[in-house]
Design a protein around this ligand. Structure first.
Ligand SMILES: NC(=O)c1ccc[n+]([C@@H]2O[C@H](COP(=O)([O-])OP(=O)(O)OC[C@H]3O[C@@H](n4cnc5c(N)ncnc54)[C@H](OP(=O)(O)O)[C@@H]3O)[C@@H](O)[C@H]2O)c1
Length: 259
């Protein structure tokens, strides 16, 4: 098996325009990596690319809608065209149904398209070259909501992404291509702007992503305190029901009323 590359890597990062993706871009650039920033908001990623590398050589911004096949292909082509190859794919772009219950939303399945289908399709695009080179790393940003169920559809997407990642990791054992999951608890971002919960900044997740590239792991839960919630959910599910419905579903999603 080829050892993972140690030095600067070429990293495609989706969802780089805000929150965890923005913080991760800054952390990875500070550690000397080459970046391809992807998101729909063109101005944000272009400004970030200029901030991180005014020369335009080490950081590239590629406007991308990860739910669109042509856009995904253009992203991979732009990254490969500029840097010659892709070492790392970080699937970070994600959405949830923010307002109201997901079943009242006009298009709740967009959560699955962004959070699950897009990572699978992007992996399909980058994997052949990684396998041919005998090296690469897929990092999927899941969630504690992919371990402890909260919002039904968001959890479906993140349980799905975790299952995909765990299985893919086993399928690729011995090929030199690593697969890691980073599962954040609540952190401050646009996604959690209305949550009434204490939260650290997204930098804690950014550091976890950067660290897992130097020391590949199956899954990192960050902040680590959320591992206690995962334990509780597994061993004391009735208590977890109360905690998750009272704290997470009400204070995170604002569902104060009984159904
Ligand atoms: N914040 C938390 O507490 C938390 C906890 C656990 C897991 N997560 C996960 O962490 C990841 C980042 O979330 P965040 O908290 O940083 O939220 P955020 O600030 O809302 O960022 C979401 C990112 O996803 C991008 N995105 C959404 N739809 C896209 C699409 N169709 N194509 C391309 N990019 C798209 C957005 O960019 P554009 O709008 O510019 O396209 C944005 O950059 C998500 O996967 C989320 O599920 C977050």
């Amino acid at each position: 098996m080829t050892a993972p590359a140690a030095g600067p890597r070429v990293i495609v990062l989706t969802g780089a325009s805000s929150g965890i993706g923005l913080a991760t871009a800054r952390e990875l650039a500070a550690r000397g990596h080459r970046l391809v920033l992807a998101a729909r908001r063109t101005e944000q990623i272009a400004a970030l690319a200029r901030e991180l590398d005014p020369t335009g050589v080490r950081v590239l911004a590629v406007p991308t809608d990860v739910t669109d096949d042509a856009s995904r292909r253009a992203l991979v082509a732009a990254a490969t065209g500029h840097f010659g190859h892709i070492d790392v794919l970080v699937n970070n772009a994600g959405v949830t149904v923010e307002h109201g219950w997901w079943w009242d939303d006009a298009d709740p399945l967009r959560v699955l398209r962004v959070n699950l289908e897009a990572p699978v399709e992007l992996v399909r695009l980058v994997l052949p070259a990684m396998r041919a080179r005998g090296s690469g790393h897929i990092v999927n940003i899941a969630s504690v909501a992919g371990i402890v169920a909260t919002n039904g559809l968001y959890s479906a997407s993140k349980f799905g992404l975790r299952g995909f990642s765990l299985g893919l990791r086993r399928e690729l054992l011995g090929t030199g291509v690593q697969v890691s999951i980073v599962s954040p608890g609540f952190v401050k971002s646009e996604m959690t702007a209305s949550a009434r919960l204490p939260m650290p900044g997204p930098e804690v997740v950014a550091r976890a992503v950067a660290d897992v590239l130097s020391r590949p792991q199956r899954e990192v839960v960050v902040p680590a305190a959320y591992r206690a919630l995962a334990w509780l959910d597994r061993h004391l599910p009735a208590l977890s029901d109360t905690l998750v419905s009272r704290v997470v579903i009400r204070r995170r999603y604002g569902h104060d009323k009984k159904i």
